[in-house]
Design a protein around this ligand. Structure first.
Ligand code: ADP
Length: 256
């Protein structure tokens, strides 16, 4: 029996080593693309002395966009690392989900206005309390809303609703976008996974948003999943996640 245990440990070590190697390879690859672009444009700026002001501005904008992309990727990676090693304390507190949603929407609004995408907020007016962390719940809503805006065509609506059954609340963020084919639905929660046709379509995309959402939700004992087409059969995507309900008494305890 001892031999089997030792063998099992080695294969587990090998599996972890493979995950680590894949991760390093992925990060290097993802950072290399913007770096190559920054290098190329900087070299051109240095070697060409007679660029028009318009061309100069265009090149500098490319450099800035790629730099911003790298900053976002490094920030997301750091957050993912903190979530994975649980360095970010996860002390669940009673949180007003409606307030978290409104904060998230405020952050997405400029993007939404550009595409004339509106929010239909179906969360109960009297409020709903869940057991989580306010900032992290804002981030989950923000990532899901941002995706809904990014991948939908203009003039569409995002619908956020929730359903409480016993001690669990299920939230849903629904869009009228292109949908996610079945074969990608499990994989989009993996780090860096992006559907091919969405790759490089915008500099904000890192392929880390849903991996972060999954970590956050799991840390609070919930789960997250995707349905596409939507449950009612309409084209689009619905992301749903669960969180434990918090009682008003717990909130009073907390505010004492
Ligand atoms: P990012 O959006 O930064 O690429 P995410 O982890 O948030 O990374 O999403 C992973 C991939 O899942 C996206 O690249 C996209 O291909 C797909 N995806 C996510 N949300 C949607 C959506 N609402 N509609 C269609 N595709 C989506």
């Amino acid at each position: 029996a001892q031999v089997i245990v030792v063998f099992h440990d080695i294969s587990e070590l090998k599996r972890l080593e493979k995950i680590r190697q894949d991760f390093v390879a992925n990060v290097s690859h993802e950072l290399r693309t913007p770096l190559t672009s920054i290098k190329g444009y900087s070299e051109t700026l240095l070697s060409e002395s007679d660029l028009s002001p318009e061309t100069l501005a265009t090149f500098l904008n490319v450099i800035l966009r790629n730099t911003n992309h790298m900053v976002k990727m490094v920030d997301d990676l750091l957050q993912l690392a903190r979530l994975e090693t649980r360095q970010t304390p996860v002390k669940p507190l009673p949180v007003h989900a409606g307030k978290a949603l409104l904060n998230a929407w405020k952050e997405c609004e400029p993007l939404a206005q550009d595409k004339k995408i509106s929010l239909e907020n179906l969360l109960p007016k009297e409020g709903i309390l869940v057991s989580a962390d306010f900032d992290q719940l804002v981030q989950v809503f923000r990532n899901l809303l941002e995706n809904g805006i990014k991948y939908s065509p203009p003039n569409k609506t995002l619908t956020v609703s929730c359903q409480a059954i016993e001690q669990t609340v299920t939230f849903s963020v629904r869009d009228e976008g292109p949908g996610i084919p079945k074969q990608h639905q499990q994989r989009i929660f993996e780090r860096f996974y992006r559907i091919e046709k969405h790759r490089g379509s915008d500099s904000e995309s890192t392929g880390l948003g849903l991996a972060i959402c999954r970590h956050i939700i799991r840390n609070f004992g919930g789960k997250i999943w995707v349905d596409s087409p939507n449950m009612d059969g309409t084209p689009g995507t619905t992301f749903s996640f669960t969180l434990p309900k918090a009682s008003p008494e717990a909130e009073e305890e907390n505010s004492k």
